[in-house]
Write a protein of this length. Sequence first.
Length: 564
Amino acid sequence: MCETKTEPLHVDAFVVGAGVGGIYSTYRLTRMGLSVKCVDIASDVGGTWYWNRYPGAMSDTESYLYRYSWDKEDLRSYPWTHHYVYQRDILAYLRHIVAKHNLRQHMQFDTEMQTATWDEALRRWRITCGTGETVHARYLVNSLGLLSKVHYPEIAGLASFAGTLVHTARWPEDLQLAGKKVGIIGNGSTGTQVMTAIAPVVGQLKSFQRHPQYSVPSGQAPVSAEYREHINANYDRIWDNVWSSTVGFGVPESQRKTMETTPEERQDAFQQVWDQGNGFRFMFSAFGDVTTSRDANEEACKFIRGKIDDIVVDPRKAAILKPKDLYCRRPLCDSGYYHIFNQENVDVIDLQATPIAQIVPEGIQTADGVTHDLDVLIFATGFDAIEGNYMRVNITGRNGRTIQDHWANGPRAFGSIACAGFPNMFVVAGPQGPFANFPPVIESQINFIMQCIQYAEKDATTGSNGVATNGTATNGYSTIHTNGHTLCNQPGVMEVLEEAEKGWLDLCDRLVEGSLFSTTASWIFGRNIPGRKPTTNFYFGGLKNYLDWVKTQVSDGFPGFVRS
Ligand code: NA7
């Protein structure tokens, strides 16, 4: 606990967020011998998986990869039963890791970081928490979550709804849906999961759909003991493949060009990945140019549209469910999403033909004058992604510049981990990180952050700033001895150069040029929030190239940073 509300607690590193990123950051920092305080506004660990408790919530990464790579013993021994892990399994896994590595002692929950201000004289971050506590920290590691701040679109009459209004990311444990008239807005990964899960129990389900989505089977099923043994026997190779891949999903990444094959070969190739399951497999394993060539993309679209026609019996519903635009949003997979529309009590409303006019006490009124009566209205409308959480806290760097000022033209972070003007501050899963499987991306970024911190610490030890290396605490800060190396209590300061940050953003802008992803209006480019200036929020160069770039940064002595 931060013991007192008047005297600041002094720590080496302050970690904000106890999700996948905050847990690993705390692990690494404490293993470096630093004193660490990790806080989370939630009441326990889990981050996005703490909050997203809606029915059907599931990772769409194969279970053997939706975990940390660094605990090799745990990889082989920790149980999982299905190809994909559900929300409750992920939460249990994260709690297990925290317990196993004794990290809870460094964590404090129900605690929001409200302000963090760089104090130039102290060369520390001065932090205040919602609990009234203050902390002084040499390093600030923000792991606030990139899919965390809930997005409620502004729809006329929203407050007038007399039934139950719920956002998928704030799902009430006790919400009963059996026999209810349920409406849902949003059919992204969340919306398709929740609809598929609740269709069997609700009285009536209406999907108010703006853009139809391409989705493929997930292949979710229990795994056999032999399958698990096979994974265990090949774990090192599996991770090697992830680190040398583009998207890090453990699926083969084909180089084959779609249009260089015959129509029969294309059909066979798509059918094979459809049968195997997984959205990223469908997008990247059959062919290598589905996200870069319009002709190739259209072939994938035709295949999935054909499947929708095969599955959905009612041609009216099938026509509404079939996307007409390119297949270049985040790829989805499901456990029978299109099939639910064969149920009499499940329908889809085409908002492009009949937009929502307003929400009324009884339900949703569409532009054709129809009122759709609802008991429960679910918002599966996603997140104010990437910068959303940063916009609501007050982080002030050098010269009084806030993160809101710095990101006024869109979020930016050098190598996705650090911002110019914010010394010794790092972001995990920040803007312009690799567009790839999040757990390995998060690990990669934290490894880079830790290398920066180690470098800063080493610099402080060898620097000419009058450091005491005998462990004497003269000002409340301790000296630390680790691996026979003395880390000191004097702040080593790492700060990204403005031009390095700009260079990284320019690179990300260039890399996205050939990708069809930029043609759709999704959270990936910040285009799901009305009025927000679109930004290249991801590095589309692939996980391997990102890791190679990090390696060069380290071996070249961190040329993107200035240290003092
Ligand atoms: P997404 O992918 O951002 O999806 C949000 C959905 O909500 C999408 O279908 C939107 O339709 C819909 N939406 C948003 N605002 C409106 C309004 N005003 N009217 C109608 N429909 C609306 O969020 P998810 O939670 O599904 O997934 C986010 C990520 O979490 C996902 O990529 C995974 O990585 C995990 P639209 O397509 O914009 O027409």
